[in-house]
Design a binder for this molecule. Structure first.
Ligand SMILES: [Zn+2]
Length: 525
């Protein structure tokens, strides 16, 4: 509310008087702000590749549909002349092909060249993209944007807290922020903050922040250990918002980083921006030290064990639905999503062989050929075909599913076509393309009722809010895959060492704030 008032006053002072005389002048005075960005987290430990179409790019004015806070009648929309270019958002997956990356970057740069110059640029990224043969793609992308738009334009970057902030990304952006909640219930709020900060700095004439403090924190943890719903993540992230309320501080962020890519930039980072040198430095160092102090307290957000123990516990339990996270191949973290290992283990168990066994939903396994075959046979027919392991067959081969087709649905954005096949007492969801099952409606639209099912196995890590709310009990299974949660099994070669907790006994690192030069002074390397 206070912010809105300030904005209104600033708008009035800036434009209110002129408006009466010459509307054209007013329009020219509005800052010109471009929008660009690519978002994906991609695992270098998965054999999967991500291609251009996975980014479902929005181009030009379609980009606004990503941002309700830039809707036609929003205050923010009226505060600037917006020039959206390309915004792409892919489901997490395998490494992005070089062709896809170059194509998307080139298209963005070409669009940027058409409408120069810019006062600002809203750079909306995730920060954990991996590209074949290229380190730190987001750092590369922003440098190539700078080469086009120059170093005077104010860039405000919005990121996922599982993204990585390399030094060159920190140098080339002026403002930077990231989510403060995991699960990311504040995603839109964070993007809006990036835009609000950008507009405030442009309208006030303050421009680039005087200081940017960057502290690499040598900690690398899976997201499943760093939920902000529980301690110590909860208290750690609770320090961020009050820190930004200080006079002289613009924003602060804690990046957990992304554990499933093997690059030197993969580690936690704390960053603070502002105009008061001492406060910027002290705030960053305080947060970084708080993070280091609680490093040994991070634990998985739910009981975590082997798959065998998980399924045995679920079968014996009288709490239903009992949800099991099949974590190792979680497509929302970057797994290929077609590992059949867990489903193979389930269907091999005697409990599920008969129709009267414990009811279980398995969500999900991609199998385009299986889906084609199911469409030919139709609902009610019996099918005997294989699915899965087309991309990641390191742990189990394609799985034979013999059962009754209970549903076929078309039209989902990600899956395209979904088939439910009943094998013994198990409902298996087979999709044409991989899709995460996060919402109750993902199940109910297929005629499945997760609330009335004994066991629900989902390729997921920590539960998203809807599933969390319907669970009677929950366990996270340490299954194999491209996003194996047991980081010791991944075999890193290129991350910085020592790194906590891989090097448990490491000494306290240097957590002094590094002041990053303003973007206009940077060199390319
Ligand atoms: Zn995230």
């Amino acid at each position: 509310m206070k912010n809105t008032l300030v904005i209104l006053i600033v708008l009035f002072i800036t434009y209110g008087c002129k408006e009466k005389n010459d509307t054209e002048v007013v329009k020219k005075d509005l800052p010109r702000i471009a929008i660009a960005g690519l978002a994906i987290e991609s695992s270098t430990f998965s054999p999967a590749l991500t291609h251009e179409e996975a980014f479902h790019t929005r181009v030009g004015d379609d980009v606004f549909s990503c941002y309700p806070f830039l809707s036609p009648d929003s205050l923010n929309k009226k505060r600037a002349k917006w020039i959206p270019t390309i915004r792409g958002h892919a489901l997490p997956g395998g490494i992005v092909t070089r062709e896809a990356y170059e194509s998307l970057v080139t298209k963005t740069l070409n669009m940027l060249k058409k409408n120069m110059p810019y006062d600002g640029l809203f750079f909306d990224i995730h920060g954990a993209m991996s590209v074949v043969g290229l380190d730190d793609p987001e750092g590369d992308f922003i440098i190539r944007i700078r080469e086009v738009i120059g170093y005077e334009t104010l860039i405000s970057t919005s990121m996922d807290l599982h993204g990585n902030v390399s030094k060159r990304l920190a140098q080339n952006t002026d403002l930077i922020t990231c989510y403060r909640l995991a699960p990311h219930e504040d995603a839109l709020e964070s993007k809006k903050r990036a835009v609000d900060n950008l507009l405030d700095r442009l309208e006030s004439g303050k421009g680039k922040p005087k200081y940017k403090a960057w502290i690499p924190v040598p900690i690398l943890l899976p997201g499943e250990m760093t939920s902000t719903r529980i301690e110590p993540g909860k208290s750690l992230y609770a320090k961020v918002a009050p820190a930004t309320n200080q006079e002289g501080i613009i924003d602060a962020g804690i990046w957990i980083g992304y554990a499933w890519a093997d690059e030197p930039r993969n580690h936690a980072v704390v960053m603070v921006t502002g105009d008061d040198k001492n406060k910027v430095i002290n705030t960053a160092e305080n947060i970084a030290n708080s993070f280091w102090d609680v490093r040994s307290e991070f634990e998985f957000v739910a009981p975590t064990t082997t798959f065998t123990e998980s399924i045995e516990k679920a079968i014996k339990s009288n709490k239903h639905p009992f949800i099991i996270s099949d974590m190792g191949d979680n497509p929302t973290a970057g797994g290929a999503g077609d590992v059949t290992w867990t489903l193979t283990e389930i269907l091999a168990r005697s409990e599920f062989k008969s129709k009267n066994g414990p009811s279980l939903i398995y969500a999900s396994i991609p199998g385009p050929d299986f889906v084609k075959e199911a469409i030919k046979i139709g609902v009610g027919g019996t099918i005997d075909a294989a699915a899965g392991a087309a991309i990641d067959n390191r742990f189990a081969p394609p799985i034979k599913l013999s059962g009754t087709i209970e549903a076929i649905e078309h039209g989902d954005k990600h899956a395209e076509t979904e088939v439910v096949v009943k094998v013994g007492s198990v409902h298996v969801i087979v999709t044409k393309k991989r899709k995460p099952y996060h919402k109750e409606i993902d199940f109910t639209r297929l005629g499945l009722n997760p609330r009335k099912t004994d066991i629900v196995v989902v390729k997921i890590g920590y539960l998203v809010p809807e599933l969390y709310n319907i669970r009677a009990d929950w366990i996270m299974a340490l299954t194999p895959g491209g996003v194996d949660q047991d980081l010791n099994r991944l075999g890193y070669k290129r991350i910085n060492r020592p790194m906590y907790p891989l090097d448990k006994e490491m000494k306290k690192p240097n957590l002094d704030a590094q002041l990053i030069p303003l973007s206009s002074y940077i060199s390319k390397d």
